[in-house]
Ligand binder design. Structure first.
Ligand SMILES: *[C@@H]1O[C@H](CO)[C@@H](O)[C@H](O)[C@H]1NC(C)=O
Ligand SMILES: *[C@@H]1O[C@H](CO)[C@@H](O)[C@H](O)[C@H]1NC(C)=O
Ligand SMILES: *[C@@H]1O[C@H](CO)[C@@H](O)[C@H](O)[C@H]1NC(C)=O
Ligand SMILES: *[C@@H]1O[C@H](CO)[C@@H](O)[C@H](O)[C@H]1NC(C)=O
Ligand SMILES: *[C@@H]1O[C@H](CO)[C@@H](O)[C@H](O)[C@H]1NC(C)=O
Ligand SMILES: *[C@@H]1O[C@H](CO)[C@@H](O)[C@H](O)[C@H]1NC(C)=O
Ligand SMILES: *[C@@H]1O[C@H](CO)[C@@H](O)[C@H](O)[C@H]1NC(C)=O
Length: 529
């Protein structure tokens, strides 16, 4: 369903993503050779940033990647790098595009990797609309500084992967997560060599379909058993495809989700009765009653996506179609969305790829590509139209055949780090909160199946309102005191679960303070959310 809905809207996209036609291009080849021809050992350990803002990672090897300014971003962007890094040293035909920004203020020897999902969606969405230092979010006039930027806490690396995504170049050939994770591991070593990085602690984070990327990539790094390059200490996943996402994370829990959010849907009584009936006759109610329990009743029987797809029990589809009747701007990624649609400078297909006549996609502008050292002749789009996995079938019918993360890799990452956070947002219908919890209840880690007790502990967000505070202060209201209770947390055996109130799918975009707190926990700066 995740891909299905992305593809159905992506068909309207203005542009096509990088493909094999762009396998060779000059700047990449040049940079790759320049930077990788010297070995990492030759790079001095970067000096700490000081009060004058000296750039910690700026060397002659990283200089070709330095971004001085960005079109339409009207302030000092600080230390920023972007460009292509090859997957295989010496092979110019396959490379991943990255943006790297070091932590503001006192330096840390850490890297947090951020990945968007899809498959095939660009992590520049995260960089420019979710957790980056400056944001140009849908419906806003110009970019603004993000007071909850993740670079306030750590060094952040946004990567467009796998091959076939965004500005990354090469011909997609992968049929498994293992293959794309192996590419990432190689890219990441090359990246660290270029930037003179060794012995940093690594945190892997992402959203949505990256619920598959994050644990597979983390596990592949851990398997290297190489602390100089792959010292993975934690992971974070938002609204993630960690289990059987069509049946468990969506269909089985869709009707109670509608009941709980009835005001957003405004369905009539006969339609409610119809879907409530399906909830029972299709077996969803029995499934939840049996397995969404603490501790869980047992291992959940296997469920297949294809039996659901557009069949009579595809209640999520029925609900979505009916939701459009009264709300023509209904969005499964944020059920609270109403018309008018906000113009999105990235035309992300998460909503409608809405690009008004005359508007341009930011990262596809020639001046932006030049500033970011992006390949000039790759057409950038938020999500690639061609599949980045080339297999057929597979458990999730998305061109790859790897096991769901809950089966092996996610338990491995939890057991190795004891610092993994899985979170889901309550206004998200593409991946539903209770569905993600239900997936966790079918996972065995650190010796037991699922959580042993139900999540009940509130998340109290006391971070001040740095965005609108002054406006409201002017009206005599105290907005500096934090948000209050914004979700529910639950920790057992190395895994932190976090339900987020009042948020759609892209959590750092809709609830930046909550996401900031999540990252603080993953980095080990706090012990509770
Ligand atoms: C893209 O540009 C490079 C030169 O920078 C060239 O080698 C390559 O053939 C071009 N690719 C396409 C698809 O035009
Ligand atoms: C910053 O570092 C540079 C080079 O190490 C040094 O010359 C300069 O005095 C430092 N500035 C401050 C304010 O510490
Ligand atoms: C993040 O850093 C900026 C710039 O130093 C600062 O203005 C802002 O208050 C910081 N945000 C948080 C949540 O600490
Ligand atoms: C990384 O850590 C190892 C083991 O502690 C040490 O031998 C090595 O010198 C370190 N490398 C750098 C570049 O700090
Ligand atoms: C989620 O499941 C809990 C039981 O764990 C239940 O109390 C709650 O009503 C469910 N919420 C929704 C939206 O289905
Ligand atoms: C539950 O986990 C088992 C064991 O990993 C797996 O075989 C089964 O397919 C899973 N069930 C669902 C519904 O995901
Ligand atoms: C109730 O809603 C459904 C779904 O939108 C619609 O097909 C049906 O005509 C409505 N029934 C009434 C009585 O309004």
């Amino acid at each position: 369903m995740l891909l299905k809905s992305i593809l159905s809207t992506a068909a309207l996209a203005v542009s096509l993503c990088a493909d094999n036609a762009s396998a060779k291009h000059g700047p990449f080849a040049q940079k790759a050779r320049d930077s990788l021809s010297r070995r990492a050992a030759q790079y001095p350990k970067a000096a700490p940033q000081n009060a004058t803002g000296d750039f910690r990672f700026l060397t002659k090897d990283t200089k070709p990647y330095r971004v001085n300014s960005l079109p339409d971003v009207p302030f000092d962007i600080g230390e920023m790098y972007s460009g292509l890094v090859p997957i295989e040293e010496g092979d110019d035909s396959r490379g991943l595009f990255f943006v790297f920004q070091p932590k503001l203020g006192a330096p840390v020897d850490e890297i947090t990797i951020w990945l968007n999902g899809g498959p095939g969606c660009s992590s520049l969405e995260g960089f420019f609309q979710e957790n980056g230092r400056f944001l140009w979010q849908p419906g806003t006039f110009a970019p603004v500084e993000n007071p909850y930027a993740w670079v306030n806490l750590t060094n952040v690396l946004w990567v467009e992967q796998p091959v076939g995504t965004g500005f990354s170049i090469g011909k997609p050939t992968a049929t498994t997560q293992e293959e794309t994770a192996a590419d990432f591991v190689k890219f990441f070593k090359n990246f660290q060599d270029i930037f003179g990085i060794k012995n940093f602690t690594i945190y892997v984070t992402g959203e949505s379909y990256a619920g598959r990327y994050v644990p597979y990539i983390s596990a592949a790094m851990l398997d290297q058993k190489d602390k100089e390059y792959y010292d993975v200490k934690g992971a974070l996943m938002y609204d993630p495809c960690i289990g059987q996402h069509d049946y468990v994370q969506q269909e089985a829990v869709a009707v109670p989700f509608v009941q709980q959010n009835a005001n957003f849907f405004n369905f009539n009584a006969s339609f409610m009765a119809q879907i409530e009936d399906l909830h029972q006759t299709c077996g969803f109610k029995d499934f939840i009653d049996e397995y969404l329990t603490f501790p869980p009743a047992g291992i959940q029987p296997q469920k297949s996506f294809n039996s659901m797809n557009n069949g009579p029990c595809d209640v999520a589809n029925l609900i979505t179609d009916a939701a459009y009747v009264s709300n023509s701007c209904f969005d499964v990624y944020e059920i609270n969305l109403m018309c008018p649609l906000a113009w999105d400078v990235l035309a992300m297909p998460t909503a409608f790829d809405y690009l008004p006549k005359g508007a341009r996609v930011y990262f596809d502008r020639p001046d932006v590509k030049r500033a970011m050292h992006a390949p000039a002749n790759v057409t950038w789009s938020g999500c690639s139209q061609e599949s980045v996995f080339v297999g057929t079938g597979g458990p999730e019918d998305e061109g790859e055949t790897s096991a769901n993360p809950i089966e092996h890799v996610l338990p491995q990452v939890i057991e190795s780090t004891n610092r993994v956070l899985v979170s889901n947002a309550d206004y998200d219908m593409i991946i539903i909160t209770n569905g993600t919890l239900l997936s966790i209840q079918n996972m065995t880690w650190n010796g037991l199946l699922g959580f042993q007790s139900a999540p009940v502990t509130p998340i109290n967000i006391d971070l001040p309102d740095l965005t609108w505070g002054p406006v409201f202060e002017h009206n005599g209201r105290a907005m500096q005191d934090g948000q209050g209770i914004m979700g529910v947390q639950h920790y057992e055996r190395g895994l932190m679960w976090a339900e987020t109130y009042q948020s759609g799918h892209m959590q750092p975009q809709y609830q930046p303070r909550v996401a900031y707190r999540h990252l603080q926990w993953v980095l080990g700066r706090v012990e509770k959310l």
